[in-house]
Design a protein around this ligand. Structure first.
Ligand SMILES: Nc1nc2c(ncn2[C@@H]2O[C@H](COP(=O)(O)OP(=O)(O)OP(=O)(O)O)[C@@H](O)[C@H]2O)c(=O)[nH]1
Ligand SMILES: [Mg+2]
Length: 417
């Protein structure tokens, strides 16, 4: 047995992540009809899609990309002054950087969140009610969920279950997703049992045991993402794309006054429910305020926010969603270009290099890495080097958010850097 001290030195292994291993991940906006999903989507993307007082006005999932506001990216552009002039944005307060970013073409260089606006779901959806299975398949295709809750009262806006009650709505949606997952697991178990009659493959037995465990967990009214699964289970689960395995961020839509005073009569109950069901992040926002701000020119919006002591919640929503689906990004920075490259958390250096070019991954030699914080503190690349904080990392290095990386690679016959 190895000595205990040696064991203690090892960094604790990060928990395996549930979900697709890809840098092209998406988040879906989910909730009951008429809670403000499309209105949120519109303000996030400034695209105009129908948002009417009529349940199911979103029939097909709508999709858009929004840039991730980041002061670090901005700071790097100031330092390197990349040739591409359009990247030299002026320093703006973060929430307005977002407005700037969404209107500048060059922002292919910044990281982005891909968002789908999904049609509203109603009780019984797993059995085909409302848009039923159709909409559930749209949720299956995304990697995380913005769960929008209605906490605003307005007699003119129909609620499918008559009265405004976000905790009941939370129960409705989470039950639908869970019921659909149970149905999926039952079918899977049935298929596995058929295969097991024909074959003695050990893997089938392992999968069968895993499925039984997951089904029992769901029947216990627990979501799959909240389980403490072993790596072998996660590998099996990741072939299923279960609805309750996806990370959730709760977005609570309230009127502007409640949002401004940070008080809403439903909020404590929502908070208590979420704490009991996994404790994921809750972000209050106001569709009414965001719509107003989106309709104003940036300077007027800034003035409005200062005068009314409010801030747009959109930058926080975008950043939280990005992080919730386990995306991070690293930078490449130089006189030609400053660029963010998004990858999934736990990606190793060669695969991160592969997001830039497959040759970088194929011929990977090493990654020269400095931390954004070190560069910011010391002021220049040479100062970072002089301080011994410019590191060469190998194939097993797990890239961290905010790393500034220069990859060295060599494809056969090349010898290039
Ligand atoms: N008073 C008030 N009305 C809102 C607010 N947010 C959205 N609405 C209105 O509610 C109605 C429905 O909004 P949508 O954004 O289309 O709702 P949805 O959740 O996308 O609905 P479905 O696509 O049908 O599932 C529209 O008339 C919006 O203007 C809000 O914060 N306050
Ligand atoms: Mg909609």
């Amino acid at each position: 047995m190895p000595p205990k001290a040696a064991k203690g030195k090892e960094a604790p292994a990060e928990r395996p992540i549930l979900g697709r291993f890809s840098s092209h991940l998406k988040i879906g906006i989910v909730g009951l009809p008429n809670v403000g999903k499309s209105t949120l989507f519109n303000t996030l993307t400034k695209m105009s899609i129908p948002a009417e007082n009529f349940p199911f006005c979103t029939i097909e999932p709508n999709e858009a990309r929004v840039n991730i506001p980041d002061e670090r990216f901005e700071w790097l552009c100031q330092l390197y002054k990349p040739k591409n002039e359009s990247l030299n944005l002026k320093l703006f307060p973060l929430q307005f950087l977002f407005y700037m970013l969404s209107s500048v073409d060059a922002l292919e260089a910044s990281a982005f969140l891909q968002i789908h606006d999904i049609a509203g779901l109603v009780r019984g959806a797993h059995q085909g009610q409302g848009l039923g299975n159709n909409f559930l398949s749209h949720i299956r295709a995304v990697d995380g969920i913005f769960h929008v809750l209605r906490a605003f009262e307005d007699p003119d806006i129909i609620h499918v279950d008559d009265a405004v009650d976000p905790v009941r709505d939370l129960e409705t949606i989470s039950a639908e997703l869970r019921l659909k997952d149970i149905e999926f697991m039952e079918k899977k178990i049935e298929d596995l049992e058929k295969s097991m009659k024909r074959s003695n493959d050990k893997q089938l037995k392992i999968e069968h045991e895993c499925c039984q465990k997951v089904k029992a967990w769901l029947e216990d009214e627990k979501d799959v993402r909240l389980g403490d699964w072993k790596l072998a289970d996660v590998e099996i689960l990741n072939t299923f794309q279960l609805l309750t395995a996806k990370p959730v961020v709760y977005l609570v839509n309230m009127n502007e006054k409640d949002y401004q005073r940070k008080k809403n009569k439903f909020l404590p109950k929502i908070h208590a429910w979420v704490q009991e069901h996994g404790g994921e992040q809750i972000i209050p926002f106001s569709c009414a305020l965001e719509t107003n701000l989106a309709d104003m020119p940036p300077d007027e919006a800034l003035k409005y926010c200062e005068e009314n002591k409010v801030q747009s919640a959109l930058p926080k929503i975008i950043k939280t969603g990005f992080s919730a689906i386990n995306l991070i990004y690293f930078f490449t920075a130089g006189p030609d270009e400053v660029k963010c490259w998004q990858i999934r958390r736990q990606t190793k250096a060669p695969q991160a290099a592969g997001t830039i070019h497959t040759d970088f991954e194929r011929g990977f030699i090493c990654a020269e890495v400095m931390k954004f914080e070190d560069l910011k503190e010391l002021g220049s690349e040479s100062a970072v080097k002089a301080a011994g904080k410019y590191k060469q990392e190998g194939k097993t290095y797990v890239v961290q958010d905010g790393d500034i990386i220069f990859f060295k690679f060599n494809v056969s016959g090349g010898g290039k850097k």
